[in-house]
Design a protein around this ligand. Sequence first.
Ligand SMILES: [Zn+2]
Length: 81
Amino acid sequence: MDADRAGQLLRDKCQEISPCELCGNKEWLLSDRCWTVAEWKDSRTVVGPAMPMVALVCQHCGLTRFINAIALGLIDANASQ
Ligand SMILES: [Zn+2]
């Protein structure tokens, strides 16, 4: 994953990242990897397509925000990556 590009896309879409809702800190770390959220159905993880996410982690308390990498424009949903 291109963390620099993810950071630029995030800055383009959000003029300012709001402070952490748990501790009020304003320092965030953008992950250099994508993570996935898988579908959950009938008490099981469904093996199949997953939602790619970029993590934004509060540098004080660790609260983590996940941003959809497709909606952000980092990953093309139609490309195989
Ligand atoms: Zn925090």
